[in-house]
Design a binder for this molecule. Structure first.
Ligand SMILES: [Zn+2]
Length: 294
């Protein structure tokens, strides 16, 4: 059966290269993604501001910034996926826009709390709706050296440095998370739906991991199948994941990871994973042979 996706390989090879998104996104999808993502982003931003104010420890603050950034990235990429967006660039642009609005909302929440502790009350929505006044207030607080509600005021350069580190963390983690999520599942253009993942039997790990990639890129799947199943007591193996369209059975891709159990003094302590081959388009027949490995 021919696969619906062809990437310019008309020769003898049994595969069509690596899967890549078509880059398509319905126009209405951008509006829906922003319309749904911005309110969630505003909520997350305000929640983050409250968490930061009530947990005034540097380590907690760092963890919160990482958590906040990864939530923003996951929410944005998740919404883009729901509207059928298969463009990494557009996913990143939408994530950046949602993160920017959310980050601004976190400032509004923070100012609201700081001003409240000073004995005055300014509603969050008023801060949200008046960006010029809000930025002016942030600037004023930075000149006072106030960046936390406890402790002594710091010098302005220190305050600005801390805020810059925080912003880089939030935006960096949000975009990094969204980038990973945007490209981890193939899309069936024929059926207009996302593929589903299935785990295949684990394979024995060969000495040279690069050899797997070279053989697969050369269309030599006998090599892969010849590895055989992983031994039960092995601490390193190859884990194949198969993605395909649940409707038409097309768009078959294989992702191979090396999985390695880390042994510590008290037995097995962890598991590390390294992707060797990322979504190589293959024939369904190859997948069937892998699945049938005894
Ligand atoms: Zn399909």
């Amino acid at each position: 059966m021919p696969t619906p996706l062809e990437y310019g390989h008309a020769g003898e090879r049994a595969y069509s290269g690596y899967y890549r998104h078509s880059g398509r996104l319905p126009v209405w999808g951008v509006a829906v993604a922003l319309g749904a993502g911005v309110p969630v982003g505003v909520g997350l931003g305000i929640a983050y501001a409250y968490a930061v104010v009530f947990l005034p420890f540097v380590l907690a603050h760092l963890m919160l910034a990482l958590l906040y950034g990864s939530l923003l990235g996951a929410v944005a990429a998740g919404i883009v996926r729901r509207v059928g967006g298969r463009s990494v660039a557009v996913t990143l642009a939408i994530t950046a826009a949602i993160t920017l609005v959310s980050y601004y909302a976190s400032w509004a929440g923070w100012l609201h709390l700081v001003i409240e502790r000073g004995g005055k009350a300014v509603p969050i929505w008023e801060l949200l709706s008046r960006p010029v006044a809000t930025v002016g207030l942030i600037d004023w607080y930075s000149r006072q050296g106030i960046w936390a509600l406890t402790g002594e005021p710091s010098d302005r350069p220190i305050v600005l440095f801390c805020w810059a580190v925080e912003a880089v963390l939030i935006f960096g983690v949000a975009l990094w998370t969204a980038r990973g999520r945007a490209s981890d599942v193939p899309y069936c253009e024929a059926c207009k739906r996302w593929c589903v993942a299935a785990v295949l039997p684990n394979l024995r790990r060969p000495e040279d991991l690069g050899e797997i990639r070279r053989r697969m890129e050369a269309g030599d799947f006998d090599y892969l199948i010849g590895l055989g199943r992983r031994e039960a007591d092995a601490i390193a193996w190859i884990e194949p994941v198969h993605h395909s369209c649940p409707t038409c059975g097309g768009v078959n891709t294989l992702t191979l990871s090396e999985v390695h159990l880390e042994k510590g003094p008290k037995g097995l302590v962890g598991r590390s994973e390294k992707v060797i081959v990322n979504k190589l388009v293959v024939d369904a027949e190859v997948v069937g042979r892998l699945r049938g490995l005894a």
